[in-house]
Design a protein around this ligand. Structure first.
Ligand code: XMP
Length: 333
């Protein structure tokens, strides 16, 4: 019988055997896999683990603070927060092509992480220098990189993966989640004391808001989008479907706001407004290969729309995306 508590004890022993007295570095993204890997490795080796959290400025509202509070605050793990948002925004200025944006974000991410890893590789007083790179690779990732993906004739979107990084850095790999499916990773996260909201979060793409701001990425746009998106998510969590007793957040597989850099005319009080548009996207899917747009209750959409327009100055129109995948994709870019 599969008991998660026993699994933790076993995994902790294995990690300790593999790592010995060496030091480990891990790239924390705020996503489920790297979070659970960090919590597990921290349970095993404590301060021999250093997490590096690269903030690219394209995260959701308060996300960076929440990650720091959880790992540095609650778990007392060593976390280096690297604020690289200015670098990312500078390199993205003027770039409108989605694939180009993905490439830039992916490359900068690796550059910033590598620079931190190089610093940590050197021995310091009281430290031997990092010898291991930990990654939250899970079983489906292992299968995917085994070739199934290469059968696809056309690449619709290039998801950056960090292949080859351990070799480039001269570090050994530590992948304690390699044998686990997503559901098991989530269960493990809960056993390790991570909050359920973190462990059962919707997936968030690596390039973050970079692919949810159509065309050129600007700080002004990211700030507006973050606030609209946070309102949408808050209301999805608060709205309970009476039939199932579950929240609309849990009844959808992914939900978010998209920033459209077009202006439309509105009226507020006795004044005319000329402001940006936000699209809401919510989908239900089992594999993210195909997806249906979610039939959210009108009352919920109404509340989200009026809150966004009233609370986020700069947005005066909200639309709901009723496109399924295919032919649309889940993200707009
Ligand atoms: P699409 O938009 O292709 O998305 O229907 C399918 C799933 O993949 C996520 N996605 C990404 N994840 N890097 C990622 O890590 C990316 O560049 C990327 N693009 C899309 C998307 O959020 C959805 O869950």
């Amino acid at each position: 019988d599969w008991v998660m508590g026993d699994y933790v004890a076993e995994a902790v022993t294995r990690i300790r055997e593999q790592v010995g007295a060496e030091e480990v570095i891990l790239g924390l993204s705020g996503g489920v896999d790297s979070s659970v890997a960090a919590a597990l490795i921290h349970r095993a080796i404590g301060d021999q683990l250093t997490c590096v959290f690269v903030d690219h400025g394209l995260l959701r509202l308060n996300e960076a603070d929440m990650v720091m509070e959880m790992f540095a605050g609650k778990l007392h793990a060593k976390v280096l927060r690297v604020d690289a948002s200015e670098l990312f925004l500078r390199e993205l200025a003027g770039v409108i092509d989605p694939e180009q944006k993905r490439k830039i974000i992916g490359r900068l991410f690796v550059d910033v992480f590598k620079a931190e890893a190089e610093k940590l590789k050197a021995a310091r007083p009281g430290h031997r220098g990092v010898r291991f790179l930990a990654q939250g690779t899970i079983y489906p990732d292992v299968i995917e990189s085994g070739g199934a993906k290469s059968k696809k004739a056309v690449t619709i979107k290039s998801h950056h993966n960090v292949g080859g990084l351990p070799e480039q850095l001269g570090l050994q790999l530590l992948e304690p989640l390699r044998e686990l499916f997503k559901d098991e990773v989530r269960e493990l996260g809960v056993v390790l004391g991570l909050p359920r909201e973190m462990v059962y979060r919707h997936p968030f793409p690596g390039p973050g808001l970079g692919v949810r701001i159509l065309g050129e990425v600007k700080k002004e746009y990211a700030d507006l989008l973050r606030r609209a998106d946070a309102i949408f998510i808050e209301e999805l969590r608060a709205s309970i479907d009476p039939e199932s007793g579950e929240s609309w957040y849990d009844l959808t597989s992914q939900a978010f706001a998209v920033f459209l850099p077009v202006k439309s005319v509105g009226v507020m009080g006795d004044g005319r407004t000329y402001d940006y548009v936000v699209a809401l996207r919510a989908v239900q899917t089992s594999d993210f290969m195909t997806a249906d747009w979610a039939e959210l209750p009108y009352a919920l959409l109404k509340k989200v729309s009026s809150r966004i327009i009233n609370e986020v100055r700069g947005i005066n129109r909200v639309t709901y995306d009723v496109s399924s995948k295919p032919p649309a994709t889940i993200e707009w870019e």
